[in-house]
Ligand binder design. Structure first.
Ligand SMILES: [Zn+2]
Length: 316
């Protein structure tokens, strides 16, 4: 049976996954992204070549890359990756086609994830839906008429608060600055610095910069009022962002995935409340808000899936 390799280049980890044509994972390698100061794309390339050689076999028909950042799809080049600046300008397609003599495609990581939802996930039987990935940041991907919409879909940088918090992209009040792992931590720290009461002070031994989204989640589960408030705020801004998306695209569903969905019960009520205030009512009646079922390898699985899809379309 044919297989393809999917590579997910994220700000924290790089995943190299060998995937069957059925969507099943055969092997997966996860390594930290070499992302220190002054790192070069050469180091990432060497690491990838090694990992790819480890999973490669004769059944592999191509390599798909999902990259956190803005990409030039046609030429397979990373235009700009805010979280991994060392790969800006990295000519992925050219480099790996030469190295492995296999077809290579390059897609944005959240778009690849959205494709995985269409291929083998919650969106299998849907034609139009939008995927949000709540991780360190907030990624987005759009499936339209059963196909991946090949645009930026940088939903995390939709402005939801004009005078709002600074976003590393250079703008202010982006959805990602209110609904992401980074947002959860920033919001918590700024409250604690103002003297807010919370059991999070004990978790962090007084060093607020040690706080992680997991700490905030744990505090909320234990009933901490700051922790609960932080996740309600995540829900509120997600509700605003999702209402905007539904008013524009009228999808059949919004699928939410990523590391933060473990906190679903802490934000969904506020999300639905805010969403129903702002959505055009006729567009919301058959619209579902769903939790993704695919887990952490979905970005790389989706990137591999795009290889099977492209090969099928080109008729070989
Ligand atoms: Zn932004």
């Amino acid at each position: 049976m044919r297989s393809a390799i999917g590579v997910d280049i994220g700000g924290t980890n790089i995943k190299v996954t060998l995937v069957h044509e059925s969507g099943d994972i055969i092997t997966n390698i996860t390594e930290p992204t070499p992302n220190g100061h002054g790192e070069s794309s050469e180091k990432i390339k060497d690491m990838l070549v090694k990992a790819l050689k480890n999973v490669l076999n004769d059944n592999v028909i191509g390599i798909g890359f999902g990259v956190a950042g803005i990409i030039d799809r046609k030429n397979g080049i990373v235009i700009e990756s805010p979280n991994i600046p060392s790969i800006n300008g990295f000519r992925i397609k050219e480099t790996f086609e030469k190295e492995f003599s296999l077809p290579v495609i390059v897609e944005n990581d959240a778009n690849a994830y959205a494709y995985a939802e269409k291929w083998i996930g919650m969106g299998k039987n849907l034609s139009n839906f939008i995927v949000l990935t709540l991780g360190t940041g907030l990624g987005g991907g759009i499936i339209y008429k059963g196909e991946l919409f090949e645009g930026a879909a940088e939903i995390g940088h939709m402005v939801v608060e004009p005078e709002g918090r600074f976003c590393p992209c250079g703008s202010f009040g982006c959805l990602e600055s209110y609904a992401s792992g980074r947002a959860v931590v920033d919001r918590t720290i700024s409250s604690l610095e103002k003297g807010g009461k919370s059991i999070l002070k004990d978790y962090s031994d007084g060093n607020f910069y040690k706080i992680t989204p997991e700490h905030v989640y744990k505090s909320a589960i234990e009933g901490d009022s700051l922790g609960r408030e932080v996740f309600r705020e995540v829900g509120k801004y997600l509700g605003i962002g999702i209402a905007n998306l539904v008013n524009i695209f009228s999808p059949e569903a919004i699928i939410i995935g990523g590391g933060l969905i473990g906190a679903w019960d802490l934000f969904i009520e506020e999300l639905r409340k805010e969403f129903s205030k702002r959505v055009l009512e006729p567009l919301s009646s058959n619209m579902q808000i769903l939790q993704a079922t695919l887990k952490k390898e979905s970005g790389s699985v989706g990137a591999a899936g795009l290889i099977f899809k492209n090969i099928k379309q080109s008729g070989s």
